[in-house]
Design a protein around this ligand. Structure first.
Ligand code: SF4
Length: 347
């Protein structure tokens, strides 16, 4: 018997990529997964530190999918090259700062490079025609194949019957009649197929696979770019945008205020990089100052932090202000009343 054909599947951790890989695996093809880490991925970050998300399993969904399928998963860090996609998407942004079409082209292109290096035969994605407004439309799906350089090596098993035949189908590596014709935004066909495969406990479909689709997150990222005068970010920046309450009371600094104990613990890890403020006289949050703040700014920041502490109604709250070297001083301030905090300060 000849060796089976080999396919590399883009695995996001969601149901669609799981099903697409499974459908091809069932046809006797050797499948391995590839998962791209951009830094904006939803999985495994904030829900691991927030109390209200405690009930959700804290797992890496891409690894969970690989385990369900019994396949090898290659996790590829694309943080640096991906920045160009976020900064200058040729096809523009979606509803927020999500460059979905460019992102898909970029990831399929990377998978295609990987395929050539590892002598695999074709690429699988869990895309479904009509499912997403930007990257998964009938007119944009050929754009992904073409601009990624993968051409007809890119097979979308869940909607292949709605698309022209690809090389794996023409060559008989996979049977077209055993592929699917899903289309549109309904999740019912995917859920039915999951049931047929006996798959349970898969990640629930959300609005998108990364934080760039989230309006609040995108607004914080846009603020970061405005404040820095250019589109740029480091990993710490984009991680911190996922945590805490962000307020910008002055153009030259913003505050990141923990909303609960888990976030406070998380922000502790950044105390050597930022000036930090913590309430002392009353239980309250830990806050970081991002930017250069003078004495007046620090007093304003302290009043805001006090406003989110249990001393918000007290005449005065004592706080500890620590610089990046760990030198600290105490400060007593009057908590800022809610009505004095302009809505525009909230990012
Ligand atoms: S939601 Fe995020 S990861 Fe998914 S295609 Fe859009 S930009 Fe890329």
């Amino acid at each position: 018997m000849s060796d089976p054909r080999k396919a590399v599947a883009l695995i996001s951790g969601g149901l669609d990529s799981l099903l697409a890989a499974k459908v091809i695996q069932e046809q006797g093809v050797h499948v391995e997964g590839i998962n791209f880490f951009t830094g904006f991925c939803v999985e495994g970050h904030t829900h691991a530190i927030r109390k209200k998300e405690r009930a959700r399993p804290k797992r890496n969904n891409a690894l969970w999918v690989a385990e369900q399928l019994g396949i090898k998963l290659h996790i590829v860090d694309i943080v640096e090259p991906y920045k160009e996609v976020v900064f200058n998407p040729r096809h523009g942004y979606g509803a927020n700062l999500n460059p979905c079409l460019d992102c898909k082209i970029f990831m399929v292109n990377k998978a295609h490079e990987w395929l050539r290096q590892h002598s695999f035969d074709f690429i699988i994605t869990g895309e479904v025609v009509g499912q997403r407004p930007m990257s998964q439309r009938k007119d944009t799906m050929p754009v992904v194949s073409k601009e990624s350089g993968s051409g007809d090596l890119l097979l979308r098993p869940l909607c292949a019957k709605n698309l022209p035949e690809t090389l794996p189908e023409r060559e008989g590596w996979v049977k077209r009649e055993q592929l699917y014709d899903f289309s549109g935004r309904s999740r019912k066909p995917q859920m039915a197929l999951a049931e047929r495969f006996g798959l349970k406990d898969y990640a629930q479909p959300a609005g998108g696979c990364c934080f760039l689709t989230d309006a609040q997150y995108a607004s914080k990222l846009a603020d970061l770019w405005r404040a820095r005068g250019s589109k740029q970010y480091e990993m710490d920046d984009i991680m911190l945008l996922k945590v805490g309450r962000h307020l910008r009371p002055r153009p030259h600094f913003k505050l990141i205020i923990s909303r609960e104990e888990g976030e406070g613990n998380y922000l502790q890890g950044y105390r050597k990089q930022y000036v930090s403020i913590k309430t002392v006289s009353h239980p309250g949050p830990l806050a970081l100052i991002d930017g250069e703040a003078g004495d007046e700014d620090i007093e304003l920041a302290a009043r805001l932090v006090a406003r989110y502490s249990q001393g918000r109604d007290a005449p005065e709250v004592e706080l500890e202000v620590a610089d990046r070297e760990g030198n600290s001083r105490l400060l007593r301030v009057r908590p800022m009343p809610a009505h004095e905090v302009p809505q525009a300060w909230h990012l």
